[in-house]
Design a protein around this ligand. Structure first.
Ligand SMILES: Nc1ncnc2c1ncn2[C@@H]1O[C@H](COP(=O)(O)OP(=O)(O)OP(=O)(O)O)[C@@H](O)[C@H]1O
Ligand SMILES: [Mg+2]
Length: 392
């Protein structure tokens, strides 16, 4: 039998945003699993019952537990990716391909990240759902990239996140800029980064992949935290989470040593590594493997003791690896040019004991930001050619 071209009744119901919108407007609209009197009587006739949404009459009490539909963003179908004209490819990362595109309607320039769904056999991946959710929640902050919309291609595995196009990522910029950032610039960037991370943590979101390539910078000196591909909501109590997070160079010692429960402190450690990288232009701990990574940390910060980090000796990998290192830290010696409060901030971000590590919120109000040289106004940042926009 040839396939009918007309959509099924269910499809028509779900595909029509106006119908769904009408249900939102309807004051007494509440969908129930219980059959309504209309459907009950229909089943007694010889004809199959017409498929209709089931609305309860006003007298039936609405569930107090289920959130109102009106409290959620309006349900509407996604636009097509053909609403945009592709300009150039920016980057292919682990979870998606990113390209620059122009919106046909407004002429605005955006970055479209295509989710990698080709290999998916079990439906839409949870990681992509988390990325979109985290971007929508955290994107309200001015230093988080945010999401404009989700668009879809011709096939089910073509799904794109549309974000504002940002001229630089900090990794590419650090590689191509002729001089390292000035202290006043580092301060501005750190204040923005800490404010964005504090916002994520305040909204129960762990980023879990903070690194310079995931930090975008506008030509007007504004940081935008991007790539929420590993982000997730955390709760209280935390519960066990995967240890396979955070790019090696930015991974905290508790994760490297196998801690199964971890906190917002994992993001704070990454911010400490980024702070050092902004000052020196090179990654602070560019390990070649997990053991080398721990070795580099211990070498610079000294081997931790149980006193310094209660619970350290009981971490799953502490005994197995038994990493060596000097009994003292040489962080101060490495960053002699930093003021005492600058050093205090760096050392507080890179504290071994996650419980003692400073929070992003407290760090964003550190006295380092109130002393001379003062943070440079973002408008006064020099603009650089954007590699992502194909500028030389
Ligand atoms: N909104 C944007 N504007 C401009 N460039 C962007 C934007 N979003 C991402 N990029 C560029 O694309 C790169 C990859 O994006 P993203 O980090 O989101 O993807 P990913 O696949 O998760 O990457 P990876 O696994 O390498 O971290 C970024 O490092 C940045 O250079
Ligand atoms: Mg990335």
């Amino acid at each position: 039998m040839p396939k009918s071209k007309s959509p099924s009744p269910e499809f028509r119901l779900l595909g029509s945003s106006s119908r769904i919108g009408a249900a939102v407007e309807e004051p007494v609209a509440a969908v129930s699993n219980q059959p309504s009197s209309a459907t009950t009587s229909a089943t007694t006739s010889s004809q199959p019952p017409p498929r209709q949404p089931i609305f309860l009459p006003a007298a039936v009490p609405r569930s107090t537990l289920a959130p109102r539909r009106a409290q959620h963003p309006p349900l509407a179908s996604c636009r097509s990716v053909y609403s945009y004209t592709r300009l150039n490819h920016i980057e292919e990362g682990t979870y998606g391909i990113v390209f620059r595109a122009r919106c046909n309607e407004t002429g605005g320039i955006y970055a479209l990240k295509k989710l990698k769904l080709e290999e998916e056999k079990q439906g839409f991946p949870i990681t992509s759902l988390r990325e979109v959710m985290a971007l929508m929640v955290a994107g309200e902050h001015e230093n988080v990239v945010g999401v404009r919309e989700i668009v879809v291609g011709d096939t089910l595995n073509q799904i794109f996140i549309v974000m504002p196009f940002i001229e630089h990522d900090l990794k590419t910029l650090l590689e191509t800029m002729p001089h390292p950032f000035l202290q006043s610039e580092v301060k501005t960037l750190m204040m923005q980064l800490l404010s964005a991370v504090a916002h994520c943590h305040g909204n129960w979101i762990l980023h879990r992949d903070l690194k310079t390539s995931n930090l975008l910078l506008t030509n007007r000196g504004q940081i935008k935290v991007a790539d929420f591909g590993l982000a997730r909501k955390f709760g209280d109590p935390l519960g066990e989470m995967t240890q396979l997070v955070v790019t090696l160079w930015y991974r905290s010692p508790e994760l490297l040593l196998g801690a199964k429960e971890y906190t917002t402190a994992v993001d704070v450690w990454s911010v400490g590594c980024i702070f050092a990288e902004l000052m020196q232009k090179d990654a602070l701990f560019p390990g070649r493997g997990e053991i080398d990574q721990i070795g580099r940390i211990f070498n610079l910060l000294g081997k931790p003791t149980e006193e310094m980090w209660p619970g350290f000796s009981r971490l799953p990998l502490t005994r197995t690896i038994n990493p060596i290192g000097p009994p003292y830290s040489s962080l101060r010696k490495k960053y002699q040019f930093l003021s005492d409060s600058g050093y205090d901030l760096l050392a507080s971000l890179l504290r071994y004991d996650p419980e003692e590590r400073i929070s992003a919120d407290v760090a964003s109000r550190h006295p380092y930001f109130d002393e001379s040289p003062y943070p440079k106004h973002p408008d006064l940042f020099s603009s650089f050619p954007s590699v992502a926009a194909g500028e030389k």
